[in-house]
Design a protein around this ligand. Structure first.
Ligand SMILES: Cc1ncc(COP(=O)(O)O)c(C=O)c1O
Length: 328
C-alpha cells in the first residue's frame, strides 16, 4: 500500500529555511519573541519534542503523537474512534457537540462516520474545543468532565489553551480522554505545521494502527517547534500580554466579554440582520469577521483579537455596526 503523503510537509522538507506562506492564522507574524529562537533552531529531535510535551501533560512520551497541526491530530483521533465504536450502538457511533463549535471538528467527525446527537443520553464521543472557538470561553475541568458523563470517549481540542495559564486537562472522568494541541496558534507557527494528539494509556497501541497515516514531520518543523518550546515562557508572556491588551479594548465597550480566555469572541448583538449580512456589510468596508453560520449559529459573528491592530480594527467594526443601527 502506498504511504499517504502530506503535501505541506513535503514542501517544508524540500524548502527548509525558506520563509514561506503556507498558512494564514491571525497569529502569523504577530509575535516578536519567536524570531530570534527560529533563526538558530536546535537539531531536529522528535523524541525530545514528544518528551517535552509529555512532561507538561504529566503523561509518558509514548502517549504523544506528533502531527502536522491540530487539524491532523483531530482527524486521526476521530478516524480511530469511529472505527473503534463502529456498530456499537447498533448503527453509526454517536457524538455530542455543543454549538457554536469550530466547524472542522463536527465536519470531520461526520466524515469519519459519527452521527451527531443533541439530546441527553449515551454517546460514544463528546467533542469540544476548550477554550472554545468561536466563543473564547474556557470551561473548567469539572464542567468538561460533566459534559462527558455519559460518553465513552472525550476529545478536547486545546488549540487555544496556551493563551491562558490554565493547565491541560488531566482526566476525562468516566470517559477516556484524548487531547489535541498545536504550535500553530499561541506560538504563531502556522508555517511550521506541528501539533500533537495525546492518546489515553489503554489505546496507545490501537491508535498506532491509524497513525500509520502520519508521514513524519519534516525535520525543519521539528527543529522550529523545539526552538519555540525551549523559549516558551517568554513567547507565551508576550502572547498573553497582547491578548489581555486587546481584550481590555473589547471589554471597554462590551463588558460581557470580560470572561473570554482566548482571542476570539462571538458577537450576538446583530439585531434582526443576522450574522451573514453583518459579516458581508463589514467586508464591504474592509473589516473581516466570520459569520456565525460557519460555527452552527447564524445569529452572531466571530471577532478575532489576535492582531496588534485589534483596537483600531474593532473601532472600524463598531463603525460598521453604528451605520447599520446596531449600536444602542
Ligand atoms: C479549535 C481549533 N482547532 C484546530 C485548529 C487548526 O489548527 P492547526 O492549524 O494546528 O491545524 C484551529 C484553527 O483555528 C482551531 O481554532
Amino acid at each position: 500500500m502506498t504511504h499517504p503523503r502530506f503535501p505541506l510537509g513535503e514542501y517544508i522538507r524540500r524548502n527548509a529555511g525558506l520563509p514561506h506562506d503556507l498558512a494564514q492564522s491571525g497569529m502569523r507574524g504577530e509575535i516578536r519573541s519567536v524570531r530570534a529562537p527560529l533563526r538558530r533552531p536546535p537539531l531536529p529531535d522528535p523524541e525530545e519534542l514528544a518528551r517535552r510535551i509529555a512532561r507538561r501533560h504529566g503523561v509518558v512520551p509514548e502517549r504523544v503523537f506528533l502531527t502536522h497541526g491540530a487539524t491532523e491530530a483531530n482527524t486521526l483521533v476521530l478516524l480511530h474512534l469511529a472505527r473503534r465504536h463502529a456498530g456499537r450502538a447498533g448503527g453509526r457511533p454517536r457524538v455530542r457537540v455543543r454549538l457554536p463549535e469550530y466547524p472542522p471538528l463536527l465536519d470531520t467527525a461526520r466524515f469519519a462516520g459519527f452521527r451527531t446527537i443533541s439530546e441527553v443520553g449515551e454517546v460514544e464521543l463528546t467533542l469540544l474545543s476548550n477554550p472554545s472557538n468561536p466563543e473564547g470561553m474556557l470551561l473548567p475541568s469539572e464542567s468538561v468532565r460533566a459534559l462527558a458523563e455519559r460518553s465513552r470517549e472525550l476529545l478536547v481540542d486545546e488549540t487555544f489553551r496556551e493563551f491562558t495559564s490554565a493547565p491541560p486537562l488531566h482526566d476525562g472522568g468516566s470517559a477516556e480522554l484524548w487531547l489535541t494541541g498545536t504550535f500553530t496558534k499561541a506560538f504563531g507557527a502556522d508555517d511550521l505545521r506541528v501539533g500533537y494528539a495525546i492518546a489515553p494509556e489503554g489505546q496507545v497501541e490501537s491508535f498506532r494502527s491509524v497513525s500509520w497515516l502520519l508521514d513524519g514531520i519534516p525535520p525543519p518543523s521539528i527543529s522550529g517547534a523545539l526552538a519555540l518550546d525551549r523559549h516558551r515562557p517568554r513567547i507565551l508572556r508576550e502572547v498573553r500580554e497582547r491578548f489581555v491588551r486587546n481584550r481590555r479594548a473589547l471589554v471597554e465597550v462590551e463588558p460581557s466579554a470580560a470572561t473570554i480566555a482566548a482571542p476570539v469572541w462571538f458577537d450576538r448583538n446583530v439585531g434582526t440582520l443576522g450574522g451573514d449580512r453583518l459579516a458581508r456589510a463589514a467586508l464591504r468596508r474592509g473589516v473581516l469577521v466570520c459569520p456565525g453560520r460557519f460555527f452552527g449559529d447564524p445569529n452572531g459573528v466571530r471577532v478575532c483579537l489576535t492582531r496588534s491592530t485589534f483596537p483600531a480594527d474593532f473601532a472600524a467594526y463598531r463603525e460598521v455596526k453604528a451605520k447599520l443601527g446596531l449600536l444602542r
